[in-house]
Design a protein around this ligand. Sequence first.
Ligand SMILES: Cc1ncc(COP(=O)(O)O)c(C=O)c1O
Length: 475
Amino acid sequence: MKNKLKAAYNPDAFRENGHRMIDLLVDYLEEVRHGTQKVMDWKEPDEQYEFWKNYNPGHNDPVAFLKDVIEKSIHIHNPRYMGHQVSAPAPVTALADMVSALLNNGMAIYEMGPVSSALEKWIIGQFAGRLGFGKNGDGLLTSGGTLGMLTALLAARQVKGGGNIWEEGNPGNLAVLIPEESHYSVERAARIMGFGSKGIIKIPADENYRMQTSVLESYLDKAHKEGKKVIAVTANACSTATGTYDNLNEIGSFCRKHDLWFHVDGAHGGAAIFSEKYKHLLDGIHLADSVTIDLHKMLMTPALATALIFRNKSDSYATFNQQARYLLNETSEEQWYDYAKRTMECTKVMISVKFYALVHTYDFEIFDQNVTTLYDLAKTFAETVKNRPAFELAVEPESNIVCFRILAENEMKNNKLNSAIRQRLLEEGDFYIVQTVLKGEVFLRVTIMNPLTEERYFKELLDKIEMVAKTFELT
Ligand SMILES: Cc1ncc(COP(=O)(O)O)c(C=O)c1O
């Protein structure tokens, strides 16, 4: 064997590097969890690129390289990380991911992923049961909420679009009703499917950023008069910007009445199904035809990992092969185990293994604890904001997403001030939060993703924002 290949496949080298790597990661977790370090050592993109372009530590040690990767990354496990909606993964999931990476079972067909296929079926069954779909529910795991949304809408088109779209293509008049406050992946999916602007009908939000269900009938009526064929309605559970839950009972009933596909985008907030305290937010989800839930957001799993669950088993097989719909009846399962027939992916990572490792070790109760803790923390944060006169809360939080802003004291406009503060926080790295625009106004946005984030950090964050605001107002 050639020397490089011999070295690359040497189990002893792997053992040695593996032990060093685990020690490094344990030290990292110990250090980062106390929030004494920066969340990120911010570098402009070009500067970051220069560093890696010229990267030459002078040795071939993979652990040294990975140490540099850790140092220069954003630290999601830092309790001062309160930014975008990705989980601080439970460490056991990283062990499972390492095994998956090494085994690299490609999953397209059963024999290329026997374990992960079986675990995937079991996991989907667990979700289906909790969503109220009973034994007839089915679905799959896929790489992200965006892909999950596209897959769900493709199924909707196949089932409600009429004709033989798979063979003949789009008739050109298909449309979906979506909340004004949708994540951009909904619109993107509809555009990929060729619906164009005319096929994306946005239902306005009320003052709490919730879909106005009272106008659904009139919007549908108007679409029909314009010759459009509406196939589906999507709902947020919860929305990305403010974390608001749409009224799933009302939207679901509307869909039933008009024979429309009902998709619930639960990428972020669908995980509340596991929380005894907050699952009421998802009342009506049993009416959905399909639901997406990201495991890599609220369910402590590393990206990418999304569950797409269908109420009717047969719909799960409809997406990429309309023939299967006619071959299957409601109860039979044809080749559940060859997942490539039902997913966008051909080769697929063993998503089920990392999620199952978590469930196997801590049971589903861990998700109740995580979701409930994070949603409770957001309420505490909102109270802290309300108790400080310099700040304004955009809307009472329903989930772990909170939008707020500091009010400008001088002529400097609120939008400019809050954007400048967010940029300064990014550059200084003590906290990581993001910003969003609500009804044309810039708000700072916090998503509490890490159960190690404690109340004291909220006060520190608001103190910091006030301090930064003063520096801007002096200049
Ligand atoms: C409501 C909602 N839907 C979909 C997505 C997209 O999910 P992903 O990032 O897994 O593709 C997001 C991501 O933030 C989201 O908040």
